[in-house]
Design a protein around this ligand. Sequence first.
Ligand code: GLN
Length: 485
Amino acid sequence: MSDLYKKTLSEVAVKLQSGELKAVEAVRNCLDRIEATESRVKALITVTGDEALALAEAMDSQGPDANKPLWGVPIVLKDLLATKGVRTTCASKILDNFVPFYDATAVSKLREAGAIIIGKANMDEFAMGSSTENSAFFQTGNPWDTDRVPGGSSGGSGATVAAGQCYAALGTDTGGSIRLPASFCGIVGLKPTYGRVSRFGMIAYGSSLDQIGPMTRSVADAARMLQVLAGHDPKDSTSVDVDVPDYLAALGRENLDGVTIGLPEEYWGEGLDAEVEEACKAAVAKMEALGAKTVQVKLSLTDYAIATYYIIAMAEASSNLSRFDGVRFGHRNKDASELIDMYTSSRTEGFGDEVQRRIIMGTYVLSSGYYDAYYNKAAKVRRLLREDFDKAFEQCDLIAGPVCPTTAFKAGEKADPLQMYLMDIFTISANLAGLPGMSLPVGLGKDSGMPVGLQFMGPAFCEADMLSVTECLERNLDPMPMAEL
Ligand code: GLN
């Protein structure tokens, strides 16, 4: 088998533009790789092979288009992004047979840029989870060790990129769901600033937290994807109308002179696995050697972040998921004799345990007797948390710390939901504050042999700086190998 699957998106895009590689060959190669690996990885809910090949053939007959930066590049989407005519399930039984009649804005932008969608990736049901074990359909294996989870909730997106089945995938991140699977699978994951990328056509989980972003095998690939995705969309009133910088032009800096990196003491202390700490510290030392200055910063509300996040996310989820009632959308129990019975049984059959747990908790924290005690308080803590970040960014340009206290764990190991929620401790603050966050693979843990991701967070709309710093670091670290499959 050709080793084309090991190339990065940027490398393949150049080959496609020059005509050295035909779009059909690129697609066929990915489909072959899916064929060779999918029985072990199980990253994809839907493979749109025939459609992708037909489109590639039509594109090849026209020839490459220099105005389309992703011309001919095979890409996978998390299965909560609406795709016209292609089943979109959210990995839930309730949307088992849902076929949207429109594309999400992020999807149309990829198509306009010439990308070819080859499949839809597995995920935790409705993006609720940190391991992809909550999918109603099947579990995804981590390409580095298929007994371990790929992280979640965009675990299928992480695994498909790490397995070389495509050149990039879209994930979504409400509390870490791009960064965590990127870290566990040894790839790059970027959650943009809230409002940077349109959420139109993304099936919402926590609307004030959700962002769509790229998962790729290099920082340059992430920059290339973000360039296409970013920008105002009149169909999403929370997408922000600010200029989109040239992300690719930000790459290639020689060193990190003049960059100050903040290290939050709350992220580097107790509870962090030794192998994660070691790999992350080595990357920080590399940044110092490249000229960066490091300072200690405080994110003193970190201890409250999980409670705050889960109150807000569940509240928003309970409201967002009320539309799946078997009438307007979703599975319907056809045997129910009365209306209320039909709602209850359709939702009971359609939603998995974790989703039901969150709908119940979310409804509870929004109920009139408890709203002030929970939701209102969480909203206030959220504001304070943002202020913590603002203060930290008076001292530094970017913050660095681990993505997760551990490397990828074994499937079934975290059966207790609270244990699972703890995996999000370092990632959810960026969502609560609306700030960009990124995971960069910095090596393999010396005990588990599994990938370790270093997280960067920065002020709103600093993606160009973040990409510039991480690309410089990436170029100076040992190259991240691909998983052997
Ligand atoms: N693990 C978090 C949750 O379950 C984050 C999920 C996400 O970012 N979509 O809510």
